[in-house]
Design a protein around this ligand. Structure first.
Ligand SMILES: Cc1cc2nc3c(=O)[nH]c(=O)nc-3n(C[C@H](O)[C@H](O)[C@H](O)COP(=O)(O)O)c2cc1C
Length: 209
């Protein structure tokens, strides 16, 4: 089993990193032989879309004849997704949504004619589905009765991943990190990790065996 482990917090020691690492650890309990590909967008941010990349994506004609090298980075990132049986993403909430480094990754991975088709009914994914576990850390609260801010992270990331065919998503939010004391952080993320449903990963492992 191949796991693609993506982090996007700029902080080396961060709640979303701890969450994503704990998710990977839990997956390894189910599939101890899994190999892990790391993509640390927080430590090594991707460039924003370049002029050549944006020109190439600007019309069906330019997409059909891409500028030399313009799609190389995108291709590398898409192949990492394609090689993964399971994807784990750690993301902070930044201003109600994902951080810009994760958006820069999305901008490379979503492409008409490569990972999605544009149809009259909307975008249709071209990649086979696979489980995606998303550990979200937010300073405040965005769900439930105590939620007091809009959540553009969950719906946006859901739509972006769905649009390339990734639909088996599990969001695992650790909220109110601004109010969690150092000693309580591990306990709080343990509770989040306990909520993971690993059925789909066990099925994948059993099919591969
Ligand atoms: C630029 C920036 C914007 C933020 N915006 C929000 C926000 O909209 N809502 C929220 O609840 N927390 C917000 N926070 C707080 C972070 O979500 C919180 O510190 C979280 O734990 C960060 O994840 P990390 O620990 O993985 O870095 C923001 C933090 C930063 C740096």
């Amino acid at each position: 089993m191949n796991i693609l482990h993506i982090d996007s917090s700029p902080r080396p020691k961060s709640h979303s990193r701890e969450l994503s690492a704990a998710i990977v650890k839990k997956l390894l309990q189910v599939a101890p032989d899994a190999s892990i590909r790391r993509r640390d967008l927080g430590a090594d941010p991707l460039p924003h879309a370049t002029a050549d990349y944006a020109d190439t994506l600007s019309s069906p004609a330019t997409l059909a004849a891409p500028l030399k090298g313009a799609l190389d980075l995108a291709e590398t990132l898409i192949r990492e997704v394609e090689a993964a049986d399971v994807i784990v993403i750690g993301t902070p909430m930044h201003n109600f949504t994902i951080p810009s480094v994760l958006k820069a990754w999305i901008d490379q991975v979503l492409r008409v004619g490569r990972t999605m088709e544009s149809t009259p009914a909307g975008k249709v994914g071209m990649l086979p589905d696979r489980p995606v576990f998303i550990g979200v850390a937010s300073g405040g609260v965005f769900t439930g009765q105590r939620g007091n801010q809009p959540d553009f992270l969950t719906p946006y990331l859901t739509l972006a991943l769905n649009s390339i065919g990734l639909k088996a998503l599990q969001f695992l939010p650790l909220q109110a990190t601004a109010f969690i004391e150092e000693g309580q952080a591990a306990l709080a993320s343990e509770k989040v990790i306990d909520a993971i449903d690993l059925t789909v990963v066990r099925e994948l492992r059993d099919v591969a065996a």
